[in-house]
Design a protein around this ligand. Structure first.
Ligand SMILES: [Zn+2]
Ligand SMILES: [Zn+2]
Length: 144
């Protein structure tokens, strides 16, 4: 009963009682927090150090450091020089996430356009034309 659920820790695979937001068991969460702090501190003192050097100095696996970086938890201007993230769409250097601001904007514009086209079609069916340039009504924008 209740909302408690057993889940397997994504780091050590141990089963533990998890709330919705927990992916790792409490002891791994603590370890991860300590690793994060170690990496952050090291990079604050030695900004731009090579990934391998950071990993060796902090005893944190490079892929874990990269994950911290990707999550935007590390100061990107201190990130290891050889671990800068690049946009998955155009390859431009980025600070966090997986695509650059430009591609993000473009993807969002495309989404909006797709949603607008949908709304326009629906409006078109029941009503007369809005105008010759095909600009549809925008008051019925859907949030998702
Ligand atoms: Zn664990
Ligand atoms: Zn891009």
């Amino acid at each position: 009963m209740g909302t408690q659920k057993f889940r397997n820790c994504t780091r050590c695979a141990k089963a533990f009682v998890a709330t919705a937001a927990q992916r790792v068991c409490p002891s791994c969460a603590k370890a991860e927090e300590e690793q994060f702090r170690a990496v952050k501190e090291y990079l604050n003192r030695n900004p731009g150090s090579p990934l391998a050097q950071v990993a060796e100095a902090t005893h944190v696996r490079p892929d874990v450091i990269l994950a911290f970086l990707r999550q935007g938890r590390l100061d990107a201007s201190h990130a290891p020089a050889d671990a800068r993230l690049v946009c998955a769409m155009c390859g431009a250097p980025i600070l966090s996430g997986s695509v650059c601001a430009n591609c993000h904007k473009r993807a969002e514009a495309e989404l909006t356009r797709a949603a607008g086209a949908l709304g326009h079609q629906q409006g078109h069916l029941g009503q007369a034309k809005e105008g010759p340039d095909g600009r549809g009504p925008t008051h019925k924008r859907r949030q998702s």
